[in-house]
Design a protein around this ligand. Structure first.
Ligand SMILES: [Zn+2]
Length: 103
């Protein structure tokens, strides 16, 4: 998957359009990511002994990778990602805007 954990991404669709956040988890199988502070949903929780308080908590829900763009940490632009094979056989991601290797 093109987006990975700890990437900084820009949300391009939905209610959080235009917001930036850091990817906390990536789920390559589902092509979804969990981004810090993005797509908050309210969950009602019930008191469970003394461990939890009853009430409403907010937490992030995953969003589809096609709804975000990677923010390049070199040129600071939201960018499409390309791939390049290095001489040692490794495949790395590159920024399509500035051509920098991202990882
Ligand atoms: Zn760049």
């Amino acid at each position: 998957m093109k987006i990975r954990k700890n990437d900084t991404v820009l949300v391009i669709t939905g209610k959080d359009k235009g917001k930036k956040g850091k990817v906390r988890f990536a789920y390559p199988k589902d092509e979804r990511v969990l981004v810090e502070g993005i797509n908050l949903i309210k969950r009602h929780t019930r008191a469970r002994g003394q461990v939890r308080q009853a009430g409403i908590i907010e937490r992030e829900a995953t969003i589809h990778v096609t709804n975000v763009m990677l923010l390049c940490n070199k040129c600071n632009h939201p960018t499409r990602i390309g791939f390049r094979h290095l001489q040692d056989g490794r495949k790395v991601r590159i920024c399509r805007s500035c051509g920098e290797v991202i990882d």
